[in-house]
Design a binder for this molecule. Structure first.
Ligand code: SF4
Length: 364
């Protein structure tokens, strides 16, 4: 598109922000102004706010639909706020929250978070952010890889949540973007906040003093996969949000995940990259990165997802997959070698064709 506006075919539809039915707030969380503000914002949305008498969460809803409508505002314990290495995406991950309000039938959280799928948002943000400075220059991915050294020390904030999907209640992402923007990283090779999102409510982020130290990566997928992404904004909305963030000077990333060989996949993924190019056309320096992640599951995540989404048409048949051992010794199921090779060849060619300035960070 010569004027840099999104393709008129890409119809967006307003997304309703998530409103939890119940918000459980611990006494510890209420001792932090950030926790109090979350409770107040949730109450203003019409949620029932329950002030707990103890810091331990108990009697959580078992039913999936009740759990997905529950937010707990809690204090992250010292072990939960300790950043962890997270290759190949970034040097470290840290968590602003755990859980997500959307209903993706492949959700990777099914394999990583135990218990009912409520959202837990952390009130002690200052303590969480205070863990990061000692780690400058200490990572094993961008801190040491010459090809990614320009990114500086990278901190990933979306391993266990979609932080933008709950931002209208938490405010944690804006605070973290400001924190990274003002960070005095003298002596280090730079610092960068990274997060991935399927959400589109970027308006409050557009004017923040981010100083280009935040990379927002949009989780996008080909036509034919949206039916597996219940409750998440449409891909067209995410592309429009990406365009706005790029124009606001943020660094941009594409997280293409999970790549699924749906009928007509080659043309569908090629069209997706063409749409990305249209959205970013005319943006001077999006510093675009691409992460390519194929669909996979474990026995544990399949069991959880089969329980949450019994009617899903998503193929998760071990007999159609290759079994591989993870570095932790558990089994994961990926597409067979020939399918992987076909997907990789086609997607990498599409990226090169439509987004020649993009850097592909990894394929997995
Ligand atoms: Fe899971 Fe991401 Fe979907 Fe949320 S948006 S349900 S975290 S896959």
């Amino acid at each position: 598109m010569p004027d840099g506006t999104l393709s008129p075919d890409a119809a967006t539809r307003p997304t309703r922000p998530w409103t939890p039915a119940r918000v459980l707030v611990t006494p510890g969380a209420l001792s932090w102004p950030h926790g109090t503000a979350m409770a107040e914002r949730a109450a203003a949305l019409g949620a029932e706010v329950v002030r707990l008498k103890a810091d331990r969460l108990s009697n959580l809803p078992d039913a999936y639909k009740d759990a997905k409508r529950t937010l707990a505002v809690v204090v992250a314990s010292p072990s939960r706020r300790r950043p962890q290495p997270i290759p190949p995406s970034a040097d470290f991950r840290f968590d602003l929250a755990e859980g997500c309000p959307a209903h993706c039938s492949y959700c990777y959280l099914a394999g990583s978070l135990a218990g009912p799928p409520i959202v837990r948002a952390y009130a002690n943000l200052p303590e969480i952010l205070a863990e990061l400075p000692p780690l400058l220059g200490q990572g094993r991915v961008t801190s040491t890889d010459a090809a990614r050294a320009a990114e500086g020390t990278t901190f990933e904030a979306s391993c266990y949540t979609d932080p933008l999907g709950i931002e209208h209640i938490t405010g944690s992402l804006a605070e973290t973007i400001r924190h990274f923007g003002a960070w005095d990283a003298a002596g280090a090779n730079g610092v960068q906040l990274r997060f991935t999102t399927k959400y589109d409510a970027v308006e409050p982020l557009l004017t923040l003093p981010h100083t280009r130290r935040t990379r927002i990566r949009f989780s996008l997928n080909a036509k034919g996969t949206e039916r597996f992404e219940g409750g998440a904004p449409r891909v067209a909305n995410r592309l429009a949000a990406m365009q706005r963030m790029a124009r606001a000077g943020y660094r941009i990333g594409l997280t293409i995940a999970p790549i699924i060989p749906v009928p007509g996949w080659e043309a569908a993924y090629d069209a997706l990259f063409a749409d990305c190019a249209a959205a970013l056309d005319g943006v001077p320096e999006p510093d675009l990165t691409v992460e390519l992640i194929t669909h996979r599951f474990t026995e544990g995540s399949k069991k959880v997802l089969d329980g949450w989404y019994p009617g899903s048409a998503l193929e998760m048949d071990p007999d159609q997959r290759s079994r591989k051992l993870t570095k932790f010794g558990s089994a994961k199921y990926v597409y067979p070698k020939a399918t992987m090779a076909d997907l990789r060849r086609a997607l990498e060619a599409s990226v090169a064709r439509h987004l020649p300035a993009a850097r592909i960070l990894y394929w997995t």
